[in-house]
Design a protein around this ligand. Structure first.
Ligand code: HEC
Length: 202
């Protein structure tokens, strides 16, 4: 297991009020440890043909390399991953509007990408999965997926995206429904983290 070297802020309460100084702005948040990046789970034998062995192995390598588990595994965003349910979605969300400026930012919860038919991507077509990865086209229609770094995945080759899709079909299906997206202004009932980059005004 490897550790990434970046820090995040995790929301622990929703009591933060409109504030004026930087320290007040972080009221209601706590600083958490560096994120844990998980190994990709192994393909289940018998879920793919011998001819696809190399393709599936490449998909596993790419999913690990591209850090999919850092968001899509419960607990990984705050460094306490659920090793029994890798890639089965996160009940900790990502704020996608400014939590410093808004009391209630919009929050999205990284989805379950195991092949469970109801709560994962088991019923998605290969093309739908590929479009989510390379173009950020998800279940929210025209809006591109917030936070998922699909811009960085946009030039993944057809062969490589096929390998990722083939691999995702071979891992253990896990029934786990992640919380629904929270629109800005609504109260998030599940915790969330916020990644931010700030520039000084001077
Ligand atoms: C920085 C966090 C992050 C990373 C890293 C990330 N994703 Fe996502 N992913 C998300 C979020 C957030 C969503 C949208 C959830 C929603 O629409 O409700 C998403 C959605 C998806 C979807 C659409 C499925 C669905 O039900 O919404 C697929 C497929 C997917 N990701 C695959 C991947 C793969 C494969 C990788 C690695 C190559 C990856 N993701 C890396 C955050 C991430």
């Amino acid at each position: 297991m490897k550790r990434a070297q970046f820090l995040m802020l995790a929301a622990v309460s929703f009591a933060a009020c409109a504030a004026e100084t930087p320290s007040d702005l972080l009221e209601g948040y706590e600083e958490v440890d560096a994120t844990t990046i998980l190994d990709a789970p192994s393909a289940i034998p018998g879920t793919y043909s011998p001819q696809n062995r190399d393709l599936v192995a490449r998909g596993e390598y790419l999913v690990e390399l591209l850090g999919c588990g850092a968001c899509h595994t419960n607990g990984a965003l705050v460094g306490d991953p659920d090793f029994d349910r890798p890639l089965a979605g996160s009940a900790t969300g990502l704020a996608y509007t400014d939590p410093m400026g808004e009391k209630r930012p919009g929050v999205i919860y990284p989805s379950n990408i195991t092949p469970d038919d109801e709560t994962g991507v088991g019923a998605w077509t290969d093309e739908q999965i590929a479009n989510a990865i390379r173009a950020g086209i998800g279940r929210h229609g025209s809006r591109r997926i917030a936070w998922m770094p699909w811009q960085g995945y946009a030039i993944i080759s057809d062969d490589d995206v096929d390998a990722i899709v083939a691999y995702l079909r071979t891992i253990k299906p896990v029934k786990h429904q992640v919380p629904a997206e929270v629109e800005p202004g609504k109260r998030a009932k599940h915790p969330f983290v916020y990644f931010g980059v700030y520039r000084s005004k001077t």
